[in-house]
Design a protein around this ligand. Structure first.
Ligand code: PEP
Ligand code: MG
Length: 575
């Protein structure tokens, strides 16, 4: 019999298929592994090391064979190469040397893998970034064997609905997109990473489904309804029939929307609105093209380096930025400098633990505290931007997590210094600020006096405005973009930018909501940057209203005295 679990809608769509329950990751940091104490004699530790490597390699080979027979050769090759790492004689010899000099098997394997990563980096290979994440996975598998932990396969073997307690970028990076039918998480909110990833893959997601991990096992039949935010376990024939019917209707609608692809974003009376894409990886570049994006309003550069334990070089970064510029000929490409910290930790930043990372050294604060990291990125951005030709995109740079004009000016000065040192000019490169901290929103007029543009990051602005962690399902109802106070704040930022003669965009998830987009345009927002698949939906909603109608809707939602439900009533039927 069907058992239904309620959560919150995080990405639209319907998915039916087997469940794949992602185990919670037990993972030590490199420092913890290196400090692992030795318990046995040299010969026993050596024996342990050889046995663990061989078992890990055999397991990975088995997995490769299984995948080759089932899903396909590409996925199988990943595991074959992992098996090769686990068996690599030089790596193993290096680790054994460390054991002979007195280290534990765990510390030795960690040290050998770290040395191997450095060696790989020295080759300057473009593949290096992805390889480090691979190396970490293999190392962790060997470590798990050394510690006698159960090693569970962490990727589905057939297309599945991925069910997990939480989903971190490092976990999703290991999931082959073609095997993911949808996501369900116990924690998280519509603005957490799993939700953003689901929308970018075009699969449904439900978050905040508490108790789901305990209620389902890998292989069980599940159906997720991303429209309603519910998960059906063991759906019966009646439920399946209803969901399949809705799935067909959604498909028909997407075929209809595809016809709008080459039409630029505009209201019914031709007031232009730039509809741009949020980009977090190479897959988004293809999706942006496919869905008719007019540029990229947010390139999340930190996601390009996910899983890396060594900082990417200027050359490697510049190559990635060049390819993003080449993907949007004649259109604006806004690079957000690395927003490291809080929900986006990056190992190479070498950060010590913070009691409260969301309120800690994040984004621009880390840039200013660690100018070495920041300068490398600025150099790469300036080099790639200056080289851009008329056939490429128009580069723009923006800084994340700005809370004051002082911070913005300091970062901009660093950018000027870097350009001067390189003997290059910044002409034609717009420099903007992300408005995602309430103090920045309240200082929008002052920021607009110093920046070329403002881009409102609604995901973080909501979390900080309502003091509601975007990763915590228990408080997700608090950070609702339909809350009138939030809408009034956004409208005030738009008005301040307009008075200063600066353009203002929205790059948070709120821009992907067609009804909200209509209200935002009415407030004076001229660029909406979103998950590429949302572009046709937003384009369609805007094309049905004149600018005056959008303004009237904006006036109505910002005048609401009440809560999100009252705003929802106004916006109902608009999307
Ligand atoms: C935001 O905070 O709205 C934003 C776009 O940035 P991110 O989601 O990457 O924190
Ligand atoms: Mg943000």
């Amino acid at each position: 019999m069907t058992r239904t679990h309620a959560g919150r809608r995080a990405a639209p769509g319907i998915a039916l298929g087997p469940a794949f329950v992602l185990p919670l990751r037990q993972r030590e940091t490199l420092d913890e592994l290196l400090a692992h104490p030795r318990a046995l004699g040299t010969e026993e530790e050596l024996e342990l090391l050889r046995g663990a490597s061989a078992r890990a390699a055999a397991e990975l080979e088995g997995l490769a064979a299984e995948l080759a027979a089932g899903v396909g050769v590409d996925e199988a090759e990943i595991f074959s190469s992992h098996a090769a790492f686990a068996r690599d004689p030089e790596l193993l010899e290096l680790a054994q040397e460390h054991v002979r000099s007195g280290a534990s098997a765990v510390a030795s394997i960690a040290r050998a893998f770290a040395a191997f990563a450095e060696l790989l980096e020295a080759t300057g290979s473009e593949l290096f970034g992805s390889r480090v994440a691979d190396l970490d996975d293999v190392r962790d598998r060997i470590v798990a064997h050394l510690l006698g932990r159960e090693v569970r396969v962490e990727v589905p073997r057939v297309p599945s609905v991925v069910i997990s307690h939480e989903l971190l970028p490092s976990q999703s990076a290991a999931l082959p997109p073609e095997l993911v039918l949808g996501f369900v998480t116990e924690t998280g909110s519509p603005t957490s990473h799993a939700s953003i990833l689901a929308r970018s893959l075009g699969v449904p997601a439900v978050v905040g489904a508490s108790g789901i991990v305990a209620a389902v096992s890998t292989g069980d039949a599940v159906a997720i309804d991303g429209e309603e935010g519910v998960v059906h376990l063991d759906p019966d024939d009646a439920v399946i029939a209803v969901l399949e019917g809705r799935q067909r209707a959604l498909l028909a609608r997407s075929v209809e929307l595809a016809r709008l692809r080459d039409r630029p974003g505009a209201t019914a009376d031709e007031h232009p609105v730039e509809l741009a894409a949020n980009v977090g990886g190479p897959g988004d570049l293809d999706a942006a093209r496919e869905h008719g994006a007019q540029g990229a309003g947010l390139v999340r550069t930190e996601l390009l380096f996910e899983g890396r334990s060594v900082a990417p070089s200027v050359e490697e970064q510049a190559a990635l930025y060049r390819s993003a510029l080449a993907a949007f000929p004649g259109q604006r490409v806004v690079f957000r400098t690395m927003d490291i910290g809080a929900d986006k930790p990056l190992p190479f930043a070498g950060r010590s633990a913070e009691a409260n990372p969301a309120l800690g050294l994040r984004g621009i604060r880390l840039h200013l505290a660690r100018p070495d990291l920041f300068r490398t990125q600025l150099e790469a951005l300036v080099v790639a931007s200056v080289e851009a030709s008329a056939a490429d995109g128009r580069p723009a740079i923006m800084f994340p997590f700005v809370s004051s004009v002082v911070e913005f000016r300091a970062a901009r000065r660093l950018l000027d210094d870097v350009a001067t040192e390189l003997g290059l000019g910044l002409d034609g490169i717009e420099v903007g600020v992300m408005v995602e901290v309430p103090s920045a929103a309240l200082e929008a007029h002052a920021l607009a006096a110093h920046a070329d543009f403002l881009s409102i990051g609604t995901n973080d602005l909501l979390q900080y405005l309502y003091a509601a962690d975007r990763l915590n399902a228990e408080v997700m109802d608090l950070g609702d973009a339909y809350d009138p106070a939030f809408l009034r704040l956004v409208a005030s930022v738009a008005a301040a930018a307009e008075r200063a003669g600066r353009w203002v965009g929205v790059c948070g998830e709120a821009a992907s909501d067609p009804a909200m987009a209509v209200a935002l345009v009415g407030m004076g927002i001229s660029e909406l940057s979103m998950t590429p698949r949302a572009i046709p939906h937003v384009k369609s909603a805007l094309s049905l209203r004149t600018l005056d109608e959008c303004r009237a809707i904006a006036d109505r939602v910002t005048a609401v005295v009440g809560g999100p439900a009252d705003v929802r009533e106004v916006l109902d039927g608009i999307g």
